[in-house]
Design a protein around this ligand. Structure first.
Ligand code: SAM
Length: 330
C-alpha cells in the first residue's frame, strides 16, 4: 500500500529510520538522522555494519517514502521536524536551528531588495543544520550558489545531507569560521549569530572588533568577518539578540558599522517565536558601502507582531514595502 504524501508521513520515515539507526549503530538520533538523509539521497542503505534483515527493513521503509514525489518545501519541513525532535535530546542553546518563519521573512526582504528574479551568491558562516539557508534557497530555487561554514560536524552533516536531498548547490566547510576562510566575497550573507565569548584570543586579535581586554564577543567578530567576505554593495542579514547595541562593547561595533556599511533596518521578530522576552531577537539588515550605493534616508525600524495577528502583520508589511519603494526611488 502506498502512503499519502504528507509532511507528517515523510517525517515518520525520517523518524523511524533515525530511531532505528540510532539504536543499531549506538549513535545519537541527530547523527542517525544525517545517516538517514544520506540513505534516502542514495536510494540505498550505505551503513555496511548493518545485517541483512535490518538493511531490508530500512530499504522497505525508504521505498514507501516515494521521496521523488514530494516538493522541496515538504522535504525541508519533514527534515526540520525530525531535526527539532533530535535537538530536544541535547543541543546547546547557541546551536539551535533557525525557525523557518525567520528564513521566509529574510527571503521576503531579499526579494524586495533584489527584485523578482535575482541570481546571487550567498554565505552563511554559521550554517548549523542548514535550515536557514535551505528555507531561503527554496524561495529562490536554482538561482543561488551558496557557501556554508560551521564548526559543529554533526550539524554540518545534517546541512550536507539536507542540501543533497533538496538538490541545493552548497559548498560546505567544517571549520571555525573566524579563522581565515577560502571563500570569495559573496553578494549576500545570512547569519543566525552564535552569541557569547570567543575563546581564541590570539585569533580575535586580528579583528578590529576584538575586546580591549579579555575574550571578545564572537557575535561581533562574526559581523566583521561576514563584511570582509561580502562584495562592495552586498547585503547582510544577521539574526541578533535584541540587546546587541546596549552592551559596553556596542560603541565600537556601532563605529565599525558606520565606517564599513549602512544600517538599512532593524526588525524585531515576534516574541512568540522565542522561549521568553530575554531570548527575543531581531533581524539586522545592513549593506556594505560601495561607490554608488546610497545611504537610506531613514533606517527601517519595525516590530513584527505575532504572525497569527493578520491585521497587524499586514500593516507592518505595508510599512516595509513603503520603505523599500522610497529607498529604491532614491
Ligand atoms: N542557521 C542555523 C540553522 O538553521 O541550523 C543555526 C545557527 S546556530 C544559531 C549557530 C551556529 O553557530 C551553530 O551551528 C554553531 O555550531 C555555530 N558556531 C558557533 N561558533 C562557531 C565558529 N567559531 N565557527 C563556525 N561556526 C560556529
Amino acid at each position: 500500500m502506498t502512503q499519502e504524501l504528507t509532511v507528517e508521513n515523510l517525517f515518520g520515515v525520517f523518524d523511524e529510520s533515525a530511531a532505528l539507526l540510532s539504536r543499531l549503530l549506538s549513535i545519537p538520533y541527530l547523527e542517525a538522522l544525517g545517516e538517514t538523509a544520506e540513505n534516502l539521497f542514495h536510494g540505498d542503505v550505505i551503513q555496511e555494519e548493518l545485517n541483512e534483515m535490518d538493511e531490508k527493513r530500512l530499504q522497505k521503509l525508504y521505498s514507501s517514502a516515494q521521496l521523488d514525489r514530494y516538493s522541496k518545501e515538504a522535504i525541508r519541513k519533514a527534515f526540520q521536524l525530525a531535526i527539532l525532535k533530535g535537538m530536544k535530546e541535547h543541543v546547546q542553546p547557541n546551536h539551535q536551528m533557525t525557525p523557518d518563519s525567520i528564513g521566509l521573512f529574510i527571503a521576503y526582504l531579499l526579494r524586495k531588495s533584489m527584485g523578482k528574479n535575482p541570481s546571487f551568491t550567498l554565505l552563511d558562516p554559521t550554517i548549523g543544520t542548514g535550515n536557514l539557508v535551505a528555507t531561503v534557497l527554496n524561495e529562490f530555487d536554482g538561482k543561488v550558489e551558496a557557501y556554508g561554514v560551521d564548526v559543529d560536524d554533526v550539524l554540518l552533516k545534517l546541512a550536507y545531507a539536507g542540501a543533497n536531498l533538496l538538490h541545493h548547490p552548497i559548498t560546505l566547510y567544517n571549520q571555525d569560521a573566524l579563522e581565515p576562510l577560502l571563500i570569495d566575497p559573496v553578494d549576500v550573507v545570512v547569519c543566525d549569530l552564535p552569541v557569547g565569548y570567543y575563546p581564541n584570543d590570539a585569533r580575535a586579535s586580528s579583528y578590529k572588533l576584538k575586546a580591549d581586554s579579555g575574550h571578545s564577543y564572537a557575535h561581533h567578530l562574526f559581523i566583521e568577518q561576514s563584511l570582509h567576505h561580502t562584495k562592495p554593495g552586498g547585503q547582510l542579514f544577521f539574526i541578533i539578540p535584541n540587546g546587541l547595541f546596549e552592551t559596553p562593547e556596542a560603541k565600537k561595533l556601532q563605529a565599525f558599522l558606520t565606517e564599513e556599511a549602512y544600517i538599512e533596518g532593524v526588525i524585531q521578530l515576534p516574541e512568540t517565536l522565542f522561549k521568553n522576552k530575554n531570548a527575543a531577537k531581531s533581524i539586522l539588515m545592513i549593506r556594505k558601502k560601495a561607490p554608488g550605493v546610497k545611504k537610506p534616508k531613514e533606517v527601517l525600524l519595525a516590530a513584527m507582531p505575532s504572525l497569527t495577528d493578520k491585521r497587524a502583520t499586514a500593516s507592518i508589511v505595508q510599512k516595509i514595502d513603503r520603505w523599500f519603494a522610497d529607498y529604491q526611488k532614491g
